[in-house]
Design a protein around this ligand. Structure first.
Ligand SMILES: NC(=O)c1ccc[n+]([C@@H]2O[C@H](COP(=O)([O-])OP(=O)(O)OC[C@H]3O[C@@H](n4cnc5c(N)ncnc54)[C@H](O)[C@@H]3O)[C@@H](O)[C@H]2O)c1
Length: 252
């Protein structure tokens, strides 16, 4: 098992990509704490992990709020004493054209996607440093952090910010042995992308942009997250790993 004895926190671990990662990590021997919004989905994911004999803790927690982030991390530390692996995956994405984007909409994306990333990763890194852990941090970024997509100014900017934040933290914490990498998925089938998948012209447009000709599955991102969490990636830090069926390399 590739994560035997490790303690992992997966934010946004109740659904979609985060759920697939939590299940995969537990199968690989990690004790997994999941957080997110909405108790029902958290309970459902925790039940799946327990049914497979995994160890799991579930926390309702909003990554925008420092008190809730601290309560989440205190909760994991209180039960399990340390965090070896953080997958900061919680995120939102609701498209709006730039000229019509209300400030509240911009602020919500920045608060969940970028402020949340700062809050969660800073506290987890502080706890890793205090314990001299050779931890691994993974930010769930996006190909939208590397290239632009129309109607997603807020999302693109927040994911680009996450990539640069990962690189900066990598520089500062490499001497401590803490690694941090960003994972940049393309189009993955989840609740977030369901409106596009259900819209025939929109999904046709997307499929034309993906050389491999299909959308990705959450489990395919979980495989990449497992690699970044494990010792197999021990010489990697500050990297943005693209998993997108070739979408980002296509010029037209
Ligand atoms: N689905 C894709 O195609 C795709 C592509 C690239 C990147 N991503 C990124 O992957 C991550 C997960 O996306 P998904 O498609 O699985 O989405 P999803 O909507 O299925 O799941 C989102 C998860 O984040 C949690 N969450 C949302 N807002 C939160 C908040 N304020 N505080 C705490 N938790 C919160 C939800 O509870 C849920 O667990 C996001 O960061 C997203 O930007 C997704």
């Amino acid at each position: 098992m590739r994560l035997a004895g490790k303690i992992a926190l997966v934010t946004g671990g109740s659904l979609g990509i985060g759920r697939a990662i939590a299940i995969r990590f537990a199968r690989e021997g990690a004790m997994v704490a999941i957080s997110g919004r909405g108790k029902a989905a958290l309970d459902e994911t925790a039940a799946i992990i327990r049914d497979q004999s995994g160890e799991v803790l579930a926390f309702e927690s909003d990554v925008q709020h420092v008190d809730q982030v601290n309560a989440l991390i205190d909760g994991v530390l209180h039960k399990w004493g340390r965090i070896d692996v953080l997958v900061h995956n919680a995120g939102i994405n609701a498209p709006v054209p730039f000229l019509e984007m209300p400030l509240e909409h911009w602020d919500r994306h920045m608060n969940v996607n970028l402020r949340g990333t700062f809050l969660v990763s800073q506290r987890v890194c502080q706890e890793m440093a205090k314990r001299k852990l050779q931890g691994s941090i993974i930010f769930m970024s996006s190909v939208n952090g590397l290239a632009a997509e129309a109607n997603l100014a807020h999302y693109n900017a927040s994911k680009g910010g996450m990539n640069l934040l990962a690189m900066t933290i990598a520089l500062e914490l490499a001497p401590l042995g803490i690694r941090i990498n960003a994972l940049c998925p393309g189009f993955i089938e989840t609740r977030l992308t369901k409106p596009v998948i259900d819209d025939a012209p929109a999904i046709e447009h997307y499929l034309r942009s993906i050389p491999m000709g299909r959308v990705g599955q959450p489990e395919e991102i979980a495989d990449a997250a497992l690699f970044l969490a494990s010792d197999e990636s021990r010489y990697m830090t500050g990297h943005c790993l693209v998993v997108d069926g070739g979408q980002i390399v296509k010029l037209s």
